[in-house]
Design a protein around this ligand. Structure first.
Ligand code: NAD
Length: 360
């Protein structure tokens, strides 16, 4: 099969990590008989420099015409002084919106070879965890009405949260379906003891649970969830929550794995076309040094194969190769302990490709 992939490399370490992920996709394509065609587009700071705006129309058109989008990262100190709509990050929000990506999937798990990097208690790290955070991405308080006004005690600001039944249903469907394919456990996180949106959220989840009798579905208040993630993350399989709660909890979940350089993400909508990106930023402090860990982007490419192209076997091949390379003790600088030898991002990619070839 032929697949057209739009590459949005972005800023900082974006170009190097995306180039490494492309090499892995090309290797998988070569071995498994698929053709991946790549076309690069500008977004973020590099687009501001070359076109005067963070998201040129050509990038929007190119992403819409593609089968899927692989994204590096945008932003950096050079553009920090710009305001609102001019900032590189605006490109991401706009891309999610034009591509209709309302679901964000973020897997977080501990690699047994990296248990020492986990900041949790030793016995918790030993037990391990493997969870999938399903975050609603285009609704809630980040998209509600906001403003400034004169209040009872002087100037004040407000943001509003609203969710429609349809918005909750469509993200809940993704979560139930995801749970069905995993360990069949779903935790829905809300603040139903206080918020009306959460009470609606909870009632819709309960209604839908009837259609998924094989999924063990329960509710948890967000404050408790923040605590449970640190106390006993192994209790979670799939977690579904709102935009803001998901924003906060998914960062917490990623941090307890021990390394930001390993974690992929997928943003999905109604069609098969998704946007796949590592969860870390553009790491301007190490850009161009060869130190950037490409694994999060390589695993994002693996998610693309699974969710956009239904290439489960190929996706698994990449994930197994990453596991094996880490288990064999290979480390990039961010993963290495004191005195441990390190690989550059490109050398780490070579090891992963070698492992894929050996396993094929
Ligand atoms: P960051 O994630 O870029 O970096 C935090 C730390 O982690 C740095 O020390 C960095 O060197 C390290 N790091 C990150 N990714 C790494 C990798 N793959 N390998 C090795 N080390 C890695 O976060 P930050 O410094 O807060 O942000 C830098 C820029 O990135 C900012 O302009 C921010 O707005 C932007 N950003 C973009 C996105 C995105 O495009 N989705 C997300 C977050 C931050």
């Amino acid at each position: 099969m032929d697949y057209h992939i739009a590459l949005v490399k972005g800023d900082g370490i974006g170009p190097e990590i995306v180039d490494n992920a492309v090499r892995v996709l090309e290797a998988v394509g070569r071995l498994c008989g698929h053709t991946f065609r790549f076309q690069s587009y500008l977004a973020g700071g590099c687009a501001i420099d070359q076109c005067g705006k963070p998201l040129p129309q050509e990038t929007i058109d190119g992403c819409l015409a593609s089968d899927s989008v692989l994204l590096g990262e945008v932003g950096g100190p050079k553009w920090d002084g710009l305001s609102g709509d001019q900032r590189p990050e605006k490109a991401l929000l706009q891309l999610r919106s034009v591509l209709g990506l309302y679901t964000n999937l973020r897997p977080a798990r501990i690699y047994s070879a990296l248990k020492d990097a986990c900041p949790l208690k030793r016995d918790t790290a030993e037990k391990g965890f493997d969870l999938m955070m399903v975050r609603e991405l285009t609704g809630g308080i980040y998209f509600g009405q906001r403003g400034r006004r004169e209040g009872k005690y002087g100037p004040e600001a407000y943001d509003t949260e609203s969710y429609s039944v349809n918005e909750i249903k469509r993200i809940a469907k993704v979560a139930f379906e995801t749970a069905k394919k995993r360990r069949k456990k779903l935790t829905s996180i809300d603040k139903a003891n206080v918020l009306e949106t959460s009470r609606l959220w909870r009632s819709v989840i309960h209604e839908m649970a009837v259609d998924y009798p094989d999924v063990d579905c329960s509710d948890m208040l967000v404050d408790n969830a923040a605590m449970q993630l640190i106390r006993d993350p192994a209790q979670f399989d799939v977690v579904v929550t709102t935009n803001m709660f998901g924003d906060i909890l998914s960062d917490e979940a990623s941090q307890i794995t021990g390394s930001i350089g390993l974690l992929p993400s997928a943003s999905l909508g109604e069609t098969k076309r998704g946007m796949y990106e590592p969860i870390h930023g553009s790491a301007p402090d190490i850009a161009g040094t060869g130190k950037a860990n490409p694994i999060a982007t390589i695993l994002s490419a693996a998610m693309m194969l699974r969710y956009s192209f239904d290439l489960e076997r190929e996706s698994h091949l990449i994930e197994e190769a990453v596991d094996a390379v880490l288990a064999a003790g290979w480390r990039t600088a961010d993963l290495a302990g004191p005195g441990q030898n390190t690989l550059t991002g490109s050398q780490m990619t070579d090891k992963i490709i070698q492992e894929i070839e050996n396993r094929f």
